[in-house]
Design a protein around this ligand. Structure first.
Ligand code: FAD
Length: 286
């Protein structure tokens, strides 16, 4: 079943994985996928690096593996560094493998890689994909506003262009304070954005992730979150359990707030995904 139709029946619960940088870790990711597949998510999305780094070549193979497990694969497709003919090639390869769900993205602009200039925004890629056949198309959104926008209102106006271009559903950037999600959703609905909005939840379970959160993620870190991370940052097991519990609390609250779905940034960690899935299965119909 298409993901856009699933939203009409239930809260959607999905996972995100990324291709390993090192090709010698391919067996590890396939093993992780087997474990994630056992949790029966509604789809698994596979990231694709905008600049082609991070072993994006593996993304299609990983998406094919997801499909072979009987789970819907969603292929991320950034456009800023790709020409139309490169995009054509990727979608033809996806089609040939039976992959018909795409998360259409601009991609982050890398100062060392000049944009390919065929696409400036994700909305243009979505318009283009709509001329290429029947894809189920997701797009990204930002509860705290995208860093390139001057305000959340401006970003939501641009999001409306993206949805009007043909996005079937939206997946949010990670956030640690659900109030940002609720305020964003209310504003988006008020501006006529009526497609399902899945909340992107990132369980922070190790010290490396905390450091990355603090320096690069752009999401606000609520006092409660910082207190927990500081308390357990040097106790790996406690930090893992605290990060899992924090994510579960976020999901329980979101479900009570009638969220359309939850997208778990698994960081390729099947243990964490399993703990969270088990804890919320009755609430979110996993
Ligand atoms: P856009 O929708 O193009 O928005 C970018 C900026 O331009 C925003 O400020 C927006 O307000 C503005 N804008 C948008 N449309 C218009 C318009 N028509 N006119 C004027 N301004 C406009 N990156 C990767 O490289 N690979 C991945 O696999 C990947 N996966 C992601 C998954 C999720 C769920 C999310 C939330 C992000 C992901 N990213 C990924 C990161 C993403 O590529 C970056 O956040 C990027 O900076 C913006 O992408 P976008 O598709 O949201 O861009």
């Amino acid at each position: 079943m298409r993901v856009k139709d699933l939203f009409k029946q239930k809260k959607v619960f999905s996972f995100e994985v990324f291709p390993p940088k090192n090709t010698s870790s391919v067996d590890v990711i396939y093993n992780t996928l087997d474990q994630l597949g056992d949790l029966r998510p509604d789809f698994i999305s596979v990231t694709y690096s905008a600049g082609g780094s991070g072993n994006s070549g593996l993304a299609l193979d990983i998406a094919s593996k997801v499909k072979s497990m009987g789970v819907v694969p969603v292929l991320h497709l950034p456009c800023i560094n790709y020409t139309k003919s490169q995009i054509d090639e990727t979608i033809a390869n996806a089609r040939a493998r039976g992959i018909d769900h795409i998360l259409a993205l601009r991609g982050d602009i890398n100062p060392d890689i000049p944009p390919a200039e065929d696409f400036t925004h994700a909305s243009e890629l979505i318009e283009y994909l709509r001329t290429k056949g029947d894809f189920d198309i997701a797009a990204a959104c930002y509860p705290e506003g995208h860093p390139d926008s001057d305000s959340l209102d401006e970003d939501i106006d641009n999001l409306k262009i993206k949805v009007d271009a043909g996005a079937d559903h939206l997946i949010t950037q990670l956030f640690f304070d659900n109030e940002f999600f609720y305020e964003f959703r209310e504003k988006a609905r008020a501006k006529g954005i009526n497609v399902p909005i899945e909340a992107g939840i990132m369980p922070v379970v190790n010290k490396k992730q905390i450091e990355r959160m603090v320096t690069t993620c752009g999401a606000s870190l609520p006092h409660k979150f910082v207190k927990i991370m500081q308390k357990y940052e040097n106790n790996p097991e406690a930090l893992r359990d605290a990060g899992i519990a924090y994510a579960i609390n976020q999901i329980v609250d979101l479900a009570a707030g009638d969220v359309d779905g939850v997208h778990l940034y698994t960081m390729n960690n099947a243990y964490v995904a399993r703990k969270i899935s088990e804890a919320v299965s009755g609430i979110i119909e996993v």
